[in-house]
Design a protein around this ligand. Sequence first.
Ligand code: DGJ
Length: 758
Amino acid sequence: MMQKIFVHESPLTFHLQNDELSYIISILPGGLPGQLYCGKKLHDRDSFDHLRGKAAPFNAALTVNNDYFSEETERLEYPSYGSSDYRRPAVSLLQENGSRLAVFTYESHEIIRGKPRLESLPAVYTENPEEASTLILGLRDAVTGVRCELFYTIFSEGGVITRSVRFRNEGNQTLYLEKAMSLCLDLPDDDFEWISLDGAWGRERTPQINRLTTGFQGIESIRGNSSHQNNPFLALKRVHTNENVGEVFGFSLIYSGNFLAQVQVDQNSFSRVLMGINPTWFEWELKPGDSFQTPEAVMVYSDQGLNGMSRCFHRLYRTRLVRGPWRDKPRPILINNWEATEFDISEELILQIASKAKECGIEMFVLDDGWFGARRSDRAGLGDWFPAAEILPNGISGLAEKVTSLGMMFGLWIEPEMVNPDSDLYREHPDWILRIPDRRASLFRNQCVLDFSRPEVVDHIYEMLAKILRESKISYIKWDMNRSITECWSAAFPPHRQGEIFHRYILGVYSLYERLISEFPEILFESCASGGGRFDPGMLYYAPQTWTSDDTDAYERLKIQYGTSFVYPIVSMGSHVSAVPNFQSGRSVSLKMRAETAFFGTFGYELDLNKLSADEQKEVVGYTAFMKEHRQLIQFGDFYRLASPFDGNETGWMVVSEDRSEAVVGWYHALHQVNARGRYLKLAGLKPDACYDLQIPVIQPEENGVVYQTKEIGSFFGDELMNAGVISHPDQSAIESFIHPAGDFSSEIFLLKERGKD
Ligand code: DGJ
């Protein structure tokens, strides 16, 4: 695969092309950059001017070069409001005279190999310059002198284009950026459905699919974090596009703070997609000489349905967003004590849980909340990052020593951005929280948000945390964040710069992450925000995995993991087996289904194994052994959604190896249907002509201590598996299924291996 950027003169046109897509920009009369085409790959040609189409005659019109020209009937790459485009703008620049119009017209262009890094912001990267090419389109507003550079990077693999914008005030007045979107894309029709991933705490990332209609539709966060409620992702799909066939455009913002993702359908049935920092409560001062860099937006085009789009995001984010030594490594199977103990912990209890976990083959113990300061409940101690002597007489270093001497890795929970008013940190620095003078500082879970827009606050937290990490054998950190921002205001900035604080806050979070991962590159970070309140690509740049949701009920998790998989790779999803009845739902789901759901993620446990029966403990040994054997494939293969939990009783998904010789399939049935014919699940991603051996894992305690074996079912061609499907419970006859009904919430795993491949 190769990517190319063709440049044609008169009119000046840029054609970004790879095997999957073409993206064509042309400089319009008057100098505005216009969008001519975005979609499946086209042949290159000298001019694409005909793709501009004809303007409808009755529109706000300007005269440019003695010719009729209407901005509102053009498709524009970076529009502003105030001339003749009445759609929502990408940029708004407040000037000394009170005007907000800036007309950014073409000044220069540059094409570079590879992709430049973004200053202080997460972004996808290249490992060698052959992987991508970048077009930098330099624009200028002649009146203010502001230069605006549009960055477009096309990758050789996948239908991917990344976008970001950099502003530099090269004029002599102080300006305020009130809106600076990362991406604007004007598409020439509205024949789409739009998809967003919406939800709430415990119900994160439910796909919503709605018909696009005239007017606005979109999602946002104004909570300071990307949020449980909406995710910085939006897709436009053709009405008939399904999981495997049809066109879809996916947009994902690499950002963890307030965002806006919006589609506006106008009078011409054009669809304008805007994505970037939410302009609500955003205003950035640009003094002469100052620059501002927007976050990066990623656009994926696929004509292979939603699965095609997701695989493209997965591969890009897994290999060129996540960094560090854990990027390509199967993730350790961990046990976390939170749901087992909450705050009721002691060194003795922790070691009991860890020892039993070790017996079951688990590789890491993670100590959750409650180990520090006066943190015996959620009412006190947050911010005081030193071990509580009454709980940990040997400190974190002593406990880590004991856990590691069991032959396990040791991990630790932190919540660096927060403080309880009842803490030494708050008593010493009451002005270090975000709050508006003379107004209440609202508490949420009895805690306030530290003002991470202030470098001295970030420095202080860094020193406290780095001390623990330097002193102890810590292999993993779970970085939690348990409330959104309210009363956003910083004592360190003057009134006219308070519009910068939401963004500065998130830059502070990124800077703390960057310092910690630079000093401790071997530590695996997992981000968390009351479950999945900050599951976004920005976090993945620092923390290779994210706690997907506080809802660990396996049936609920099918939905949450299914929705999350629209954008985020399987290896990034924290997924644990927890106790029943479930902590959040009260539902009891078999250990088998809990494990078989958690397999499709990082896989771990969130319970006290000492409380399981001896047989269940043996089962845990079997599931752990299964995951160790298959995690390389599950976590790094190509993922396909097969049946949606939102459509009915069945959920299905599978992971296929890159060479398509191996696969693992998960199939889940919510309610048991009595006297029902065996159902079929159609697989995907296999070689139609290859013959695959089908096995099912059998995990049950045996006399001889063997807990994990496989059972041969038969061999089948790929075309049969994909077009006719596999039948449920293929190892049981109809009468056996009747005599031993699977019951509600059952699951099946299939293993496929191409004949003759080892
Ligand atoms: C919220 C997290 O999502 C949980 O897993 C747990 O770490 C608690 N916070 C601890 O307070």
